[in-house]
Each structure stands twice: as structure tokens, then as C-alpha cells.
Design a protein around this ligand. Structure first.
Ligand SMILES: C[S@@+](CC[C@H](N)C(=O)[O-])C[C@H]1O[C@@H](n2cnc3c(N)ncnc32)[C@H](O)[C@@H]1O
Length: 438
């Protein structure tokens, strides 16, 4: 049997998978959590990993002040352990002596016994000089807000008056939001079930099926989760089905469907639609679409394909409504996926903007005259959002932007934008586009 480890050592393994191998936390965590000697340490391990990703830039700046010289590349694990230690000392309520003792102990488990003295000295020196060290980190915006410089600069360019609030919002812990399946009962009835289980929750007023839990829980603990009574989905993502508003007898395309949250919501909301075709380029992620459809007892035609190449997979029958939840920077959901700060690169943004434009242009002919295409991103960058749509409208004269009368978020020149934390929701952009009948 492989050697089992304690929380801090497992957290280092997870962080290495992200910073060295470029895996996302949502993949790396479950993969490494099996190495825990005590499953009760799962929440702690998770908190450590998310915390280091959330505040990594700030923690690195502080570690730099404390190290005489940078650690070698082969010692990234020791560096991760130091960041873990600092994270606990600054942001967690663990007694400092326990933080130092447990973190120093983890050097053996990661096979770097030589670093014992170094980790101990760095953490103790932090305790001694805490105020000065934090003040120095706070003197640089990127370190203060714990964002890579390029990312903070891009947020600032897009939102000159809101950039600080956005950066702070990105560092908040997101609420766990549920979508109640109306076919299985009302939201009020589900709120009562939660109450019966001792889980405090409130209705999210902007949406008829959304419920916000006061404390996140493992999905298996949600009443009726396995039976499809409820799904986990942020309120902002739940807006898609209401905006697309599918009707009985219609044919729908969900282009970029994985892991299937919005696809399932569309089917829950309008079970009498004729057909839903769900496309995604990533076969592995499509497996989650199939699992979600099965759990919720819903049907869709699931196709692995490139949305920018419909010539390869389209049967030639036009769709009444299309959801294009485009691949994007995910800059609106950093609070949920703080590893984005680590994994996303500045040069990705232009590539994504080009891909979004290509997919939009390729899918437009698939929409029937009089049909509706809902363009969506979980981005806050104007170039992925209203600037993208304005460019599309200039070159597609049979397209008009439908006004969104809702009160959530903020009106943009075209479409509506939610910034992270607006009305308790993730950062999202929506633009419904109507195709003329003439
Ligand atoms: C924002 S996610 C979609 C989330 C999904 N709509 C949901 O609600 O669960 C974007 C998806 O686009 C997919 N994707 C990226 N490039 C694509 C392409 N060229 N064609 C089809 N899907 C693509 C990714 O694999 C990813 O699953």
C-alpha cells in the first residue's frame, strides 16, 4: 500500500500538480486526496490548497522577503510548504505554534528533511516581523490584492472605477448555490427539507429556483441530490436558461456544453422541448454532461465536436435557440477557481477572443430565422463580452441585440454584465441576439 500522508504534505502534492504540471485544482485535489491518512483532514487540505491559490501572489512576495536567495526549481515543493505555512499564519485560526510544528513536520513526508531548519526559520521570522512584512507587501497593488500584475492591470483597464472592489471580490469565499429541480418540488419545499437537515439556507431572489446555503457542504449530504432533486450551480449561471427561455417543440443547441450545468437546467425548465443537442470539444468533460443528464433523468444528444466546425457534426437542421457559453478567461469566477490566477496567461486572452469570434460566426447560420442565440461568458473583460458582440453586430446585419429588461447586474452598450459578488453571484456576461426573419 502506498504511504499515506497528513494534510499539509498532501496539500503540497496538490499544489505541485497545479504550479508545475498546470492541472486545475478541481482535477488535482480529488486525485491527491486519496493519499490522506485521515479522511477527516479533507476539508483542511482543501482549505489549504484553495487558500494558497487565492493569496499565492501575496504569500510569494512575503516569502521573497524572508528567503536569502530564491529556492531552486527542483525545490518547488519546499516553496509550496513555506507558502502553506504563511497562509495558515496570516489567514487561518490555527494556533501559530501548531502551524509551525505541523508545517515543519511535513518536510519529512515530502522527502526534503534538509529543509527542516529553513522552513522553521522562515515561519518564525515571519512571526517576528509580521507587521512590517505585511505592510511592505501591501505597498504594491499586485501583492496587496494577490493578483498577477498583468491580470490586475487588465481588470483595471476594463473597470477603472471598480478594479479594487473586483480584486477584493475575487478573494472572497463564494457561497454554495443550489438549483432546485421544479419537476421534483418547489423551492419552498426544498428550503424546508434543508432546514429539517439543519442546513441554513435562503432563496436567491433574482432567480425562482436558486437557493444559497449558509455553509457549503459535500454534495452527497444535500437531501435528494442523487435522486436529481437539486444541483449545484451559481445564480449567475442559472440566468442562462431564463434568458434563453426555451419553448415546447423547439430544437436547441448547447454549443460548449460541458460539464452540463446549463444544459440540464434548460431541460429541467422546458422538458417539452423537441430536442437538445449538446456539443463540447472535450470528451473527458462530456462524461460529466452524461452523468448529470443521467442523475437528473434528462435526455440530450451529446456530441464531441468543435463548435467552430459545424460542417463536421451538424445535420443541416436549424435550431430555434442556441446557447453559446463560450470558452473564456473565466475572470468572473476567480473566487470559485482561484487557481485561474496561477494557470491563466496574458497571451491566452487574445487567443480566446479570436476563438469566441470564430465560434459565434460559425454557429450563426445554424440559427433559424426568428431564432435566439444567447452569448454568455463567465468573464469580466470587455473584449470577450460587449466589444466582441458589438463587432459581431457590425458584420451580421441579420442580428440584433435583444434588450434584457432584468434588474440584475449592469447594462452594457450591448448585453448585461455581473461583476463577481454582484447580488451574491459570480461574474458573468449575457447578450441575447435575435436573428431577423427577413
Ligand atoms: C464555460 S465552459 C461551458 C460550461 C457549460 N456550459 C455548463 O454550463 O456546464 C466552456 C466549454 O467550452 C468547451 N470548448 C472550448 N473550445 C471549444 C470548441 N472549439 N468547441 C466546442 N467546445 C469548446 C470547453 O471544453 C468547456 O467545456
Amino acid at each position: 500500500m502506498k504511504q499515506k500522508m497528513k494534510a499539509r504534505a498532501v496539500a503540497v502534492k496538490v499544489l505541485l500538480r497545479v504550479v508545475v504540471d498546470g492541472r486545475s485544482l478541481s482535477v488535482a485535489l480529488p486525485e491527491q486526496l486519496v493519499k490522506l491518512s485521515d479522511p477527516a483532514e479533507r476539508p483542511l487540505t482543501q482549505e489549504l490548497c484553495y487558500g494558497v491559490m487565492r493569496y499565492g501572489v501575496r504569500l510569494e512576495a512575503i516569502a521573497k522577503q524572508l528567503l536569502n536567495k530564491p529556492l531552486k526549481r527542483k525545490d518547488r515543493d519546499v516553496e509550496c510548504l513555506i507558502l502553506l505555512g504563511l497562509y495558515q499564519l496570516i489567514y487561518m485560526r490555527i494556533p501559530p505554534h501548531a502551524v509551525v510544528a505541523e508545517t515543519v513536520e511535513a518536510v519529512n513526508a515530502i522527502g526534503k528533511g534538509w529543509a527542516r531548519g529553513l522552513v522553521n526559520a522562515v515561519l518564525r521570522n515571519f512571526q517576528r516581523g509580521e507587521q512590517k512584512l505585511l505592510a511592505k507587501a501591501d505597498s504594491t497593488p499586485a501583492d496587496r490584492y494577490a493578483h498577477p500584475e498583468w491580470l490586475l492591470a487588465m481588470i483595471r483597464r476594463g473597470w477603472p472605477d471598480e478594479w479594487q472592489a473586483i480584486a477584493e471580490g475575487n478573494n472572497q469565499y463564494p457561497p454554495m448555490v443550489l438549483r432546485v429541480n421544479p419537476a421534483h418540488g418547489s423551492r419552498e419545499a426544498y428550503l424546508q427539507r434543508l432546514q429539517g437537515e439543519g442546513m441554513a439556507a435562503t432563496a436567491l431572489t433574482a432567480l425562482p429556483t436558486a437557493v444559497v446555503l449558509q455553509q457549503p457542504v459535500e454534495v452527497e449530504r444535500l437531501p435528494g441530490f442523487g435522486a436529481g432533486d437539486v444541483s449545484v450551480q451559481d445564480g449567475a449561471a442559472q440566468l442562462a436558461a431564463w434568458l434563453l427561455n426555451p419553448q415546447a417543440g423547439e430544437r436547441l443547441l448547447d454549443a460548449c456544453a460541458a460539464p452540463g450545468g446549463k444544459c440540464c437546467h434548460l431541460l429541467e425548465q422546458a422538458p417539452e422541448v423537441k430536442e437538445v443537442v449538446a456539443i463540447d470539444i472535450d470528451e473527458q468533460r462530456l462524461q460529466s454532461v452524461r452523468e448529470n443528464l443521467t442523475r437528473l433523468n434528462l435526455q440530450a444528444e451529446v456530441i464531441c465536436g468543435d463548435a467552430s466546425r459545424p460542417d463536421v457534426w451538424w445535420d443541416g437542421q436549424q435550431f430555434d435557440r442556441i446557447l453559446l457559453d463560450a470558452p473564456c478567461s473565466a475572470s468572473g469566477v476567480i473566487r470559485r477557481h482561484p487557481d485561474i490566477k496561477q494557470l491563466r496567461r496574458e497571451e491566452d486572452i487574445d487567443r480566446l477572443v479570436a476563438l469566441q469570434g470564430e465560434i459565434l460566426t460559425a454557429l450563426w447560420p445554424l440559427l433559424a430565422p426568428g431564432g435566439l442565440l444567447l452569448y454568455a461568458t463567465c468573464s469580466i473583460f470587455p473584449q470577450e463580452n460587449h466589444l466582441q458582440i458589438e463587432r459581431f453586430l457590425q458584420t451580421h446585419h441579420d442580428a440584433t441585440a435583444q434588450s434584457v429588461s432584468d434588474s440584475w447586474g449592469r447594462a452594457m452598450p450591448v448585453g448585461r454584465q455581473l461583476l463577481p459578488g454582484d447580488e451574491g453571484m459570480d461574474g458573468f456576461y449575457y447578450a441575447p441576439l435575435l436573428k431577423s426573419t427577413g
